[in-house]
Design a protein around this ligand. Structure first.
Ligand SMILES: *Cc1c(COP(=O)(O)O)cnc(C)c1O
Length: 428
């Protein structure tokens, strides 16, 4: 008998973030359209988390497909040192003016983690090129900036990093700002400031840390304080960028502009992998010299791949259309309504929304094993319902593609209410 795709997968594939010994057989997808993905048998799955937060316009969008085909007929790839091409230049020209602050230069890389690596290298070398010793890097507790070693170093030490902790460089972690701690945070920062090179943060929402949201006014106080003391500000907008938090970029809600921005996830509308690091003229200028050692020695084989740039450009066009904004506002209004209903449910804690994100915690008691049971339960429940929701620990969140319809949103909301009922029957 012919083997299914899922069975063939199990013989040869190693999946990300997956304990392969206990993981259930993966769902084999063959096609996507709008907010839906379809498996081998033709079943549809409602993608309520934009496939790891990337598919902002839904799947297989015809405009993106057309632009990809157009570019594929012309130029697939070229070296990007000493050569350039239309998609890379046009994308940079169109992107820079819509970014927060005075972003002047685009540096291309391959994914979110590499965009973070690039920003860290730029930071460290910026100070060296200027002949100033500033070594500390600040980040928030619960931060997540990626899985490569530099990115892991500026991320919270957690189960994800445990095996590698001895190999990560030292970073100073601060609490997220709140009314209660803002003054003491500023005091701590004042002590660290003279030796601090940069502060990297996920503005307004810490994604992988559990969709932890915090107020723009408080972040602004930290950023203004850092700016006065010459600390470079790195806004990691890999998750928050391209409309997730209500504004085009989360930093649009802040008064203090960033020196550098990292982008990925929504950048290509979830079509192809790409990372971007942008910086101000001030940063860029510090690398201009007759001295070759002041060069930024970083690049990837696929830096600024033309197909990927063309797709990112197509995605940006869709994103800047009024329809995209209207969809985001509609999702936000629906989320807020549902948040009120959800807050009344048993075993639900800390319901919160921002832009197109809705998140809450499921009350489990404390023990870790229990949370593990919960993850298994949730994963089975939603897979059976063919809704793609994937918890972060005991945090459940919705982060849909902007094209999701009202009916589809209702289906997601209802599945959450049904899950809570089933949860109470099983564990309550
Ligand atoms: C996902 C993410 C990254 C890492 O991006 P990858 O493309 O998965 O390497 C970095 N920072 C933030 C805020 C993210 O959400």
């Amino acid at each position: 008998m012919q083997k299914s795709l899922s069975e063939r997968d199990q013989a040869v594939i190693w999946h990300p973030y997956t304990q392969m010994q206990t993981a259930p057989a993966p769902v084999a997808l063959v096609r996507g359209e709008g907010a839906l993905l379809f498996d081998e048998q033709g079943n549809s799955y409602l993608d309520a988390t934009s496939s790891w937060w990337v598919n902002i316009h839904g799947h297989a969008h015809p405009h993106i497909t057309a632009k990809l085909a157009e570019q594929a007929a012309k130029l697939h790839h070229s070296i990007f040192a000493g050569y350039t091409h239309e998609p890379a230049v046009t994308l940079a020209e169109k992107l820079l003016p819509v970014l927060p602050g005075q972003q002047a230069r685009v540096f291309y890389s391959d994914n979110g983690s590499t965009a973070v690596e690039v920003t860290l290298k730029m930071t460290i070398q910026y100070w060296q090129n200027k002949g100033i010793t500033r070594k500390k890097i600040l980040a928030f507790k619960d931060a997540y900036h990626g899985d490569t070693f530099g990115a892991m170093s500026v991320s919270a030490r957690s189960v994800f990093t445990r095996a590698f902790d001895d190999y990560l460089f030292e970073v100073t972690f601060m609490d997220r700002p709140a009314e209660e701690n803002i003054d003491s945070l500023l005091e701590d920062m004042a002590i660290l400031a003279p030796d601090t090179a940069a502060f990297i943060f996920e503005p307004l929402v810490q994604g992988a840390g559990g969709m932890l949201m915090y107020a723009p006014e408080l972040l602004d106080r930290l950023l203004a304080f850092c700016r006065e003391r010459g600390i470079l500000l790195i806004a990691d907008e890999i998750m928050t960028g391209f409309g997730r938090t209500g504004t085009n970029f989360a930093m649009d809600q802040l008064r203090t502009p960033p020196d550098m921005i990292t982008l990925s996830k929504g950048l290509t509308g979830g079509t192809m992998a790409m990372g971007i690091t942008t910086c101000t003229e001030e940063i860029y200028d510090a690398f201009l010299s007759q001295d070759k050692l002041k060069t930024l020695f970083h690049g990837h084989s696929f830096t600024a791949n033309p197909l990927t740039c063309a797709v990112a450009l197509a995605s940006l066009e869709l994103f800047l259309q009024p329809e995209s904004r209207a969809n985001r506002d509609r999702i936000n209004a629906r989320h807020r309504q549902f948040a009120v209903e959800l807050a009344y449910q048993d075993d639900v804690r800390n319901v919160r929304t921002m832009g197109t994100i809705l998140a809450f915690e499921i009350e489990t008691g404390e023990a870790d094993g229990y949370v593990n049971n919960l993850a298994g339960f949730l994963s089975r429940f939603f897979t059976e319902r063919r809704i793609m929701l994937r918890p972060l620990g005991n945090t459940l969140y919705i982060l849909p593609p902007y094209c999701i319809t009202d009916e589809q949103l209702d289906e997601v909301y209802q599945s959450i209410l049904d899950m809570l009922k089933a949860y109470q029957e099983q564990w309550g």
